[in-house]
Each structure stands twice: as C-alpha cells, then as structure tokens.
Design a protein around this ligand. Structure first.
Ligand code: ZN
Ligand code: ZN
Length: 757
C-alpha cells in the first residue's frame, strides 16, 4: 500500500537501477487505499494521467481501477494513514486503458472526502462512482448494440418452458432488447436467452442508437413569476451565474412555487454552459418533475436511479462525463456521477430522511451534496417547506444563505388544520375513522371534490395476536412483528423481507379462527372506507401497491383526471405531488411517529404531516386537514394547527442544545452484530471498555439495539456524542484500533446516524 504519486521515484531504490515509473491505482474493492503499479516497459501507457480508468492484475484476476492521486484537500484529521511503499521489483504492471472517460479531479477528491468522513474504504466509495453497469469496461464506445426480437414465425418443435415463454413474452411486449436486459426483465438467466437464440426462436437485430440527451433551452418557456417569487428567483439566477461555492436554503410553504424558482437557477447555470444536478428523495417523484422540466426547458433531463437498465446507465454515465447530459435528476447515487463541468447542485425536500443511505457506505446525500458542490466550486441550493434543524442551524450560524417564500402561489390559501380528539370522538368498535372525519369525507366527496386518507403503515395490520393464548406472530429472524398483507394472503417482516402464508390457525395453541389483527395498516383503512363509502372510487398508494415510477405516475395522472374520489396512502402520497382537486386530508394516526424515543421523532412527524397537509387545497378551493390524535395538546399537533413551524423548530433546538445533540453536537453510532448473543456482547463490552472519553466526549452504551435481532444477527449499539467542535472520525478510528478486530463479530460505523434501530 502506498500513496506515492506519479513521477516520484520510489524511496530506497538501488543506486544505478533505473526506477520503474509507478502509479497509484484505486480499485473498487474494500482495501484501505490505492495500490502501486508499474507502467509497462514498452512505454505505451507513459502518458496515463490521474483519473484514467485502467485494468490491472490483482492476484490472478484482472480488475478495473482508477489512476489515483492525492492532494491537500482533506483536513489532516481525516486523512488516512500512509501505507508502506512497495519495492520496485515487486510492482506489477498496469495492463491497459479500460476505454472509459477519466474521472474528473473534483470527483476523485469527493470520493476521498466521502470515504474519510464516513470511515469507509475509499474503494467502496469509488465503486459507487464506477457503478455504470456490471460490464463497464466492456461498454462499446460507439457503434450500435445488438438486441433480440422474437422470430416470426417461431421455429417448429421449440421446447416450451415457463422461463422461455417469459423471455418471448417480454421480447414481443417490450420490443428488441439487449440479451442481459431481456434476461433481467424476464427474470431468467442469460443461458435461457442464449438457448432461444441458438434454437432460432430469437433473431438478432441492431438496436436503435441510444437515446441522446437533447440540450435543454434556458429560454424555452420562462415562467410568469408572482411578486413574492421575483426577488428570490433573481437571487438564485445571480448565484448560479456567478458560480463559486455557496449554500442557500430556499424555504417556502408547499405550493409557493419553489420548483419554478430553482429552475431559474438551472436556467442561469445552463446559460453559463455548466451542468446541473438535482437530487430528489424519492425516485417515484421524477416523472412529475421531468414533465415540469420539459415544459420549462423543451427537453427532458437525464435520469439516474437504481431502476435504470444497464444500457441506459452506461449511456447516461458517458453523457454526464462528456457533458452532453446537461441536467441530471436522480436519487442520491447521482452524486457520484463524473460531471464534466458541474455548475449547480440542488437538493429538493432536503429534510427527507430518505437521503440517508443506510446500507454499505452510510452517507447522508444532503450533506454530501454540499461537499460535492464545494469540490466543484459550485453553488448548492437546499429546498424545503420544513427545513431540517441541521440546515436551520447552519443558516443561524451564517454558514448558509436563506431565501424565504411566504405566500402560496396563485392565491391559494393555506389549508385549515384541525385536530380530532379521539378521546372525545372515538371511532366505533373495530373501526379507525372517527365519525367526525367520516362525516367530513362524506361531505367533501358529496361536493365532487377529492379527499385523501394518510396512514404511514403498509399492509393490513401491524400485529397479529391469538385471542386464545396471546401468541403474537413474530419474525423468526428479527425482533419484529410480522405484518399481515391480506390482499397477498401473507404475513411478512418489513425489516428482512421474511414471509409466510397467513396461518389458518394459531401456530402456538392451534386454535382455529383465533388470530386477530391489531391496529390498522392502509389495507385495513381501505376496507373500512369501502364499507363506509361504497360508491367512492378509491385508489391505494403505497410502495408495495405501486411498483416503480411508471405505476406511480399513472396513479397521479388518474387523480389529476378526477377518476378518483378518495386516495388512501402511506408516505408516498406526502411527496411533492400536485393534486389540484384535493380539498380534504385526513391523517388516520397523527401520533404514530411520536413513539420510539427517536431523537428526531417530533421533528420528523411535523415535517411529514406538514407535507401531507400541503396536498390539500392547492387550486381555488381552500383545503382542510384533520389530524386524528389522542394527544391534541402535544407541541407537534399545536405546531401543525397553528402553522407555526418556526416556533416549533426553535423549541426543538432549545431541547437539543444543552446535551450537545445534533445539530449542536456530533454523533457516531457503532453497531456490533454477530451470529450469537455471546459474540455480540463480547465485542460490545470490549468497545465499551476502550471507549474514548474526555471533555465534550461521551459514549452511550453498549446496549441491545431496539432491533436486537435483525436477519438472524444479534445487535448491540454504542453511541459516541461529542461537542460540535470535536471531529468524531479520528476518535472512532483510534477507538476501533484499540479493539482486537476478530471475535466473530462485525462492527459497522454510522456517522451522523438518522436511524437508531
Ligand atoms: Zn394461540
Ligand atoms: Zn425479519
């Protein structure tokens, strides 16, 4: 391991021996740093530059990596320790260039920064930047790809199997597709496609050229801005035109026209000849967003998310690198794209916890977006109706600028928010909608307006209990109840995906018809609504009933066309949808998010319910929001009723400040997991004994995690909390160094944790 850079002779070489030219190459694998390689003696790679993608030997394999360099961007306390230089004679040569565009310097520095900040191996962060497809290096630079279409007529005597039939169905339904994509969509192995091709049932066709990204035109269709919008729009245009790093919070109530305004910043960025990146918390939102963008700019943006097929992924990655994709809208992984000339970064709904990636490299895409903007010396804009306390604290400290949009666009009034005290107006036995809410729904739909019921819980019931023996259906792999999904006739674990057919009798006492659902999920609310309003046209919106962005876009279009009277949904309905005919929103259980004792429970509940409330009354008709609550006096309910988000956040800040809770302090979580409770406890105890201490440093735990067993692994948690002026990364690094690594347990580090499960 060495961080020796290009052209530097290796220390300690034999006098007189010609030094081999060496390069550092970072591989997309979990090593602590780059490896040194020699340049081949024939000189054909002598001009290789940092950022170039090359293939190198690693053991007996050939791997694709990136020629790496380091500079002084990282703060010293973040910089990883230097490795030992490798002697000239032991260096292996670089094999060849991989035929991919080079990774720009700003992206390389970003990879280093994310790795250092999250305490992840830099190679795993690089893997996110190279994840264009499984076969990135095999991607043809030009030329047309080959695809497969069903032979017409099909060959006689073809052996018929369900897998083969699926492939032929997909090929005739979706048109010619590349072999890998065809296999993926049909859910079969590549061998099935090859077999059909060999049998003559698929014929080769040349695929149409990959979709090019038309250039968006900043002057295509400029908006007519309201009085309250003109000044903030101009401020953002100026920022984007001037360039340079800065962070601005664009805050405005739902419906105040934030998207329109930040699109003016995109226009200025495009006019300047730079690329723009927009992050959305939920990729389901991209369809509606793309439509708005296309109306404003006369061309569609490039999309980036995990559902892109491999070919489109490859094409998009290259188009971002060569600058032909001017605007990218995407999920958090879009942060790692190789922008040629990034000039603007926007994070919409910046308060959303969906921006936190919880698997693999755990990072917060909002915070890393700010870092990315700094690396590219570009402005960042964070957008929200209910900004996070983190962002508000940065505004308060003068680190971020603040633009506020007060009025709702088009003169629509703010919705009237009320609580329904469930103690005074309880639902009938076995039901979940208060008579007050039921009457309001009836009246609203009677007027021909649309209504929505919100419950942030999928499935039929969150818990199933045996009335005879008290047995509860529990996940065999997790500390969690199995959730009944009645439509699919299963019970499933929302943490690990375990599922079983719904048992006909109690698994414990064998009593028949004794299992009883406890509490509601959206399915159960839908059942109640169907019984109460038999004539209403009802649509359920939940992540498991709407598979993918296309289905979501279709559902939203049906609502807009007024084909639906009542929408019942989980948090997917809370996102930035525009439903002009919706005038009543009922929140089935406003208290739901407040339990659990999570640091941000109150903040998150206010943000979520405020966003749900924002769906009501967007056009000329005023909206009403009804919150069913057993604690209507709770500060969260009061903040929503009074619409006084500012005051609520001030109180929230005052509660977190004294204990140095974020954003007034820093947190790092260490999660120990092991196959046995003993192994988990042993490592957790060792970590507890080696814990850092000192002024402004505190370690909480070890304690069993709330999800004490997850996917069969026993889990313990420790939480390091420091004053804001103390960096947690060096403390954690030294802490882990003090604990012998291998005790059959694994330690995951989560910097700035959002989830405390
Ligand atoms: Zn039982
Ligand atoms: Zn489970």
């Amino acid at each position: 391991m060495a961080s020796t850079t290009l052209d530097k002779p290796a220390p300690g070489r034999k006098p007189g021996a010609a030094a081999r030219r060496r390069v550092s190459v970072l591989l997309p694998l979990p090593f602590p740093g780059p490896f040194d390689y020699a340049l081949p003696d024939d000189g054909r790679l002598d001009d290789v530059r940092p950022g170039e993608v090359v293939s190198v030997p690693l053991g007996r394999r050939t791997e694709t990596g990136v020629v790496w360099d380091r500079d002084g961007t990282l703060p010293p306390e973040f910089a990883p320790p230097p490795g030992r230089p490798v002697a000239d004679g032991r260096l292996k040569p670089v094999i060849a260039r991989a035929g991919l565009p080079a990774l720009p310097a700003a992206l390389r520095r970003f990879v280093d920064w994310v790795a250092a900040y999250t305490l992840s191996p830099p190679g795993l962060v690089l893997a996110m930047a190279l994840r264009t497809s499984q076969s990135a290096q095999a991607a043809p630079a030009q030329g047309r790809a080959q695809g497969w279409a069903p032979a017409d007529p099909p060959p006689a005597g073809l052996r018929d199997t369900p897998a083969r039939r699926r492939v032929l169905d997909v090929a005739s339904r979706d048109g010619p597709l590349g072999g890998a994509e065809l296999a993926r969509r049909a859910g079969v192995g590549a061998g099935v496609v090859r077999g059909l091709a060999d049998a003559g049932a698929l014929r080769p066709v040349t695929l149409a050229p990959a979709p090019a990204f038309a250039a968006p035109d900043p002057g295509h269709c400029p908006p007519t801005l309201g009085d309250h919008q003109a000044q903030p729009a101009q401020a953002l245009r100026d920022l984007a035109a001037a360039g340079g790093f800065s962070v601005t919070l664009l805050e405005g109530v739902t419906g105040s026209g934030k998207t329109e305004i930040y699109m003016e910043a995109i226009a200025a960025c495009l006019a300047k000849g730079r690329q723009a990146l927009v992050l959305l918390p939920e990729i389901a939102l991209s369809a509606q967003w793309t439509g708005r963008f296309a109306r404003r700019f006369g061309a569609e943006p490039a999309l980036w998310h995990s559902d892109l097929g491999p070919r489109l992924r490859r094409v998009t990655w290259r188009a971002v690198a060569d600058g032909t994709a001017r605007v990218v809208v995407g999920a958090r992984s879009a942060l790692f794209l190789p922008f040629a000339e990034l000039g603007l970064v926007i994070v919409d709904e910046e308060h959303e916890s969906a921006f936190k990636q919880e698997d693999g490299v755990t990072y917060h895409a909002r915070d890393m977006a700010v870092v990315r903007a700094r690396m590219d010396n570009a402005p960042a804009i964070l957008v929200s109706a209910t900004p996070s306390l983190e962002t508000l604290a940065n505004v308060g400290a003068g680190r971020y600028r603040h633009l506020v949009l007060r009025a709702r666009h088009g003169g629509a009034g703010m919705p009237d928010v009320r609580t329904i005290d469930m103690r005074a107006h309880p639902p009938e036995r076995g039901l979940f909608l208060s008579p007050v809410l039921a009457a309001a729904l009836d009246e609203t739909m009677g007027r021909g307006e649309q209504a929505m019921l919100f419950l942030n819980r999928r499935g039929y019931a969150p818990l199933t209990l045996c009335r005879t023996c008290g047995h509860r259906l529990q996940c065999p792999n997790c500390t969690a109840w199995l959730v009944e999904h009645r439509a699919r006739r299963i019970v499933t674990c929302h943490h690990c995906g375990y599922q079983d057919p719904t048992p006909p009798a109690c698994p414990s006492c064998k009593a028949e018809s004794s299992l009883t659902p406890i509490g509601p999920g959206v399915e159960r609310i839908t059942e109640e609504a169907r019984a109460t309003f038999p004539d209403a046209r009802i649509l359920v919106m939940a992540s498991d009933t709407l598979p993918g962005p296309a289905a979501t876009a279709d559902a939203v279009a049906r609502i807009a066309r007024r084909e639906i009277d009542l929408v019942i949904g989980t948090q997917i309905v809370a996102k930035g949808w525009h439903f002009p005919h919706l005038t009543l929103v009922g929140v089935v259980d406003a208290d739901l998010g407040l339990g659990g004792g999570d640091l941000r429970a109150a903040e998150r509940t206010v943000q979520l319910l405020h966003q749900v409330a924002g769906r009501a009354g967007r056009a000329e008709a005023p909206g009403t929001v009804m919150l069913q609550s057993y604690t209507p006096e709770h500060p969260v309910m009061q903040a929503l009723v009074l619409g006084d988000f500012e005051n609520f956040m001030r109180q929230e800040a005052e509660q977190r400040r004294p204990g140095f809770w974020p954003p007034f302090g820093r947190l790092a979580a260490l999660i120990v997991s092991a196959d046995t409770p003993e192994a988990a406890d042993a490592t957790a105890r060792a970590l507890g004994e080696a814990a850092p201490h000192g002024d402004g440093v505190q370690v909480l735990g070890p304690a069993p995690a709330p999800l004490a067993i997850l996917r069969g692994r026993h889990r313990r948690r420790l939480l390091l909390r420091t004053r804001r002026d103390i960096a947690v990364q060096p403390l954690v690094r030294q802490w882990l160094d003090r604990v012998p690594p291998d005790r059959g347990a694994r330690i995951d580090v989560d910097i700035d944790p959002i989830s405390f499960l």
